[in-house]
Design a protein around this ligand. Structure first.
Ligand SMILES: [Zn+2]
Length: 111
């Protein structure tokens, strides 16, 4: 997942999203051409059922893991296809999860 993130063309933050169904890989995508990885990964799934999405952000400069909480636009896209479990990386390198709600403290981050 980390290695794949380097396919991103974003100058600062490389994002990758992985879509799963029942623990099996459905699709994945990086952020590219100013499009967010979540939206691209969902599109790549081509209507296949997805129950989980995992987000990872890697800072290009330091190689460190960053917060990859989905932005509002992506959260809406995630909800639209019925994904109910979202995992995202945090600054400390761990992952956290939530079930489809908007957290005003965290949303709106770019990437
Ligand atoms: Zn987004």
């Amino acid at each position: 997942m980390k290695r794949k993130a380097y396919e991103s063309d974003h100058e600062k933050n490389m994002h990758i999203s992985v879509c799963l169904k029942g623990g099996a890989l459905v699709s994945f995508a990086v952020n590219k051409n100013h499009r967010h990885s979540e939206v691209r990964a969902i599109k790549k799934a081509r209507g296949s059922q997805i129950d989980t999405i995992i987000n990872l952000r890697i800072k290009r400069k330091s190689g460190k893991i960053g917060l990859s909480y989905p932005c509002v636009k992506c959260q809406l896209a995630i909800q639209e296809v019925g994904i109910d479990k979202i995992w995202y990386s945090k600054e400390d390198g761990t992952f956290d999860t939530y079930k489809g709600y908007l957290d005003p403290e965290l949303y709106g981050k770019d990437g």
